[in-house]
Design a protein around this ligand. Structure first.
Ligand code: BG6
Ligand code: MG
Length: 217
């Protein structure tokens, strides 16, 4: 496969933001007297903000009207934004920045494909924003992963076909999105959770374009 572009998911691929999502959701769950653990937090990987809230409410068998849900999401997001405002380049996951710099040097397009509505602010906080040729996030899409919309828009920005593009994803829903869009789906993390991916690596430490070419064949 000729690699003309790479689309990166953000949460769990570029930065470990799950801990900040957990702190913020936990504050809300405690207020609502819903038991919410780190294991429960893993179920939220890749889910949109509203789907994450619905999941937490279901853990407490709580049904709320949509206005209340909107207020709760705003409250959660304010705390989350405060927590991520303290992020710096030290929180970029190992290997990510070197890989992106190499891809750029080699003329491979680099785009973000995230469900998060906070992607731009986080990329700016960790000083990576300027290295992306395009950013598609939760503000630009109508359908969440596993729908491929987020990645298809990314390929469009890069001006390439999905068949020449690698998607880097840590969530099963993102792997499905990449596959159904016709991309090469590279899972980042636990192979048992990402069994549908075309290939899986535990992290991007030491990843190079040469290794990517070997993986994609
Ligand atoms: C995904 C995360 O990338 O973004 C989810 O994996 C999160 O955990 C989702 O819920 C939405 O993020 P945000 O920043 O818009 O609340
Ligand atoms: Mg992710």
């Amino acid at each position: 496969m000729k690699i003309s572009g790479c689309i990166f998911d953000m949460d769990g691929v570029i930065v470990d933001s799950a801990k900040h999502h957990f702190t913020a959701w936990k504050m809300l769950a405690d207020e609502l007297s819903i038991p919410f653990t780190l294991d429960d937090n893993k179920l939220l990987k890749g889910l949109s903000r509203i789907d994450s809230l619905e999941k937490i409410l279901s853990l407490g068998s709580l049904e709320l009207n949509s206005n209340t849900k909107l207020l709760l999401m705003e409250k959660k997001n304010s705390l989350y934004l405060y927590l991520v405002s303290k992020m710096s380049e030290y929180e970029i996951l190992p290997g990510v920045k070197d890989l992106i710099l190499e891809l750029r040097r080699e003329g491979v397009g680099v785009c973000l494909g995230s469900s998060s509505k906070n992607a731009t602010v986080i990329l700016k906080n960790v000083n990576l924003f300027n290295l992306f040729d395009g950013v598609v996030d939760g503000n630009n899409i109508t359908l969440s992963k596993p729908d491929p919309e987020v990645f298809l828009k990314g390929a469009e920005i890069l001006g390439i076909s999905p068949s020449e593009c690698v998607v880097f994803e840590d969530a099963a829903s993102g792997i499905e999105a990449a596959l159904s869009g016709g991309f090469f789906a590279l899972g980042i993390g636990d192979a048992s959770e990402l069994s549908r991916a075309n290939s899986v690596v535990s992290d991007l430490c030491g990843m190079t374009l040469e290794k990517l070419n070997q993986i994609t064949g």
